[in-house]
Each structure stands twice: as C-alpha cells, then as structure tokens.
Design a protein around this ligand. Structure first.
Ligand SMILES: [Zn+2]
Length: 261
C-alpha cells in the first residue's frame, strides 16, 4: 500500500501544482476581502462531485465545508483559510502570477495557505482513487478572514456549532510537520492624551508623543520577562512576545501580524 500511495502522489504531482498555482492567481487579499466567491468556485470545481460540499455564508462571505462520512464514530477536521495578506512591498516575482523556482512556488499565499488547501483536497481525492478508506469521518473546511481574526470564518463555524469534530488539524502557515500548539493573540489600542500648548511655551503643555515613546519603552521591557515563559506542551512555536505597532505608521504597521519597517 505504501508504494501505491507514493506512486499515486507522484502521478498527480503536476495536477496538484497546477491547482495551487490557480488558487494563487485568484487575489483573495484581506483587506479588502476580495474574490472570495471566485476561489470557493475554483475549489469546488477541483473537488468534483464525489464529496458532500456545502457553503455557509457569514456576512455574505463564504465558508466551504467538505465531508467524507464513512459512518465512523469519530470525525477529524482539517481547516485552511483562503484569504491572504495584501501583496505590498518589493516583489521579485508577480505576487499573483505564481512562478516555480528551485521546486518552490513563489506567489502571494502559496505557503499561507493555498498549498495547504491543495494538500488536504488531494489527500482525500487520492485516497478515494486508490480505495483507501480513512479510519474516521473526514471533514475539510476552507474559511475566510483568518488574516483579520477569522470571526466570519472558522469563528462563525465553531460559534454556530456547524462543526464539532473530535480532532482538528489547522493546516496553515510554514511550520514543518504537525505542531501541537497554536499562538493566541491579544490586541489592544492604547490612546495617549496630552495637553496642547503653543510651541513657544512647550512647558505649558504635555507632549503626547513623548509620553507614548516612554510608555513604549517600558512596555517593550516586558519582553525580557516573557522570554522565560515556556509552552506547557512540546511546541515548535516561538515564545510569548509583545509587539508595539504605531497605528498607521510605516510599512506593515496596519497589520496585526507584522512588525512595522
Ligand atoms: Zn495563515
């Protein structure tokens, strides 16, 4: 069976690569949350009609759930998101015209996480092809808005109890292999209020910018404390950290997940 699996993957390699390139070509940038319906249609087309597919809309945005029910007692769920961060900055290749170099696909979202969409779809498609039945029911989901918190994507599916699997794998990002933890996030906006005065008499006012700089320095020192906090499980993820980001200042500054440059 092992060699059958290997050979089937080899035989379908070009198809998987083409599918991944097709997905990267659809700019599902978030913001502005564009082409969501278009990518769902493309994913559905690749799946064909051998699986049960259903679209759940949240605030007009689609989330696709694919089911392969074998009558098992347990269900495993594999999720990938289809939105990508905007293709800003300097690119050596066109972000939405994916190129293959050194066995890698270069394009916005190829790693995070359109290749994962391809892998999970081809995992079940090829298993069907060689009559390899899973040991439990398999559910896949392709969800929106992960790059902005996922509230209308995976958040909505869980909150509305549309999915409630026994096991789940989040197929996302560039971590190699299976990692048994996920970093959470807490985002806070801090407003520093000063006191206006004439520039000639600055001592009569309170410069909010200077206060913010001092505050930023103090908050950044917390990172020294955080370096001793370790995950309870054996995780490959980086340690807990605090990142300060001047709102709407510098490249990447508006994105929750980026350090500004
Ligand atoms: Zn991701």
């Amino acid at each position: 069976m092992h060699s059958t699996i290997k050979n089937t993957i080899k035989e379908n390699k070009n198809q998987v690569i083409r599918f991944c390139q097709d997905l990267v070509k659809i700019p599902t940038q978030n913001p502005p949350k564009e082409n969501y319906n278009q990518i769902i249609e493309r994913i559905k087309k690749e799946l064909g009609n051998q699986f049960d597919c259903k679209i759940y809309y949240e605030n007009t945005k689609p989330n696709l759930i694919v089911k392969w029910i074998i009558g098992g007692k347990k269900t495993i769920h594999i999720n990938s998101h289809y939105d990508v961060v905007p293709a800003k900055g300097d690119w050596k290749t066109e972000p939405f015209d994916p190129q293959i170099q050194d066995n890698k696909i270069y394009g916005r979202g190829s790693a995070d996480c359109k290749s994962n969409i391809c892998v999970s779809i081809y995992a079940i498609k090829l298993m069907k092809k060689i009559n390899l039945e899973p040991s439990c029911n398999v559910e896949l989901s392709f969800t929106c808005d992960e790059e902005s918190g996922g509230f209308d994507g995976m958040g909505s599916l869980v909150k509305n109890k549309i999915i409630s699997p026994d096991y789940a794998i989040i197929a996302d990002g560039p971590v190699k292999g299976i990692n048994n933890a996920h970093k959470g996030v807490l985002a806070l906006n801090i407003t520093v209020i000063g006191k206006s005065s004439h520039a000639g008499w600055p001592h009569k006012g309170k410069n909010a910018f200077i206060i913010a700089c001092k505050l930023a320095e103090e908050l950044d020192k917390l990172n020294l404390k955080y370096k001793d906090i370790k995950s309870k499980c054996d995780s490959k993820l980086p340690r807990v950290s605090l990142r300060l980001n001047p709102w709407r200042y510098g490249r990447g500054a508006c994105r929750l997940g980026c350090v500004p440059v």
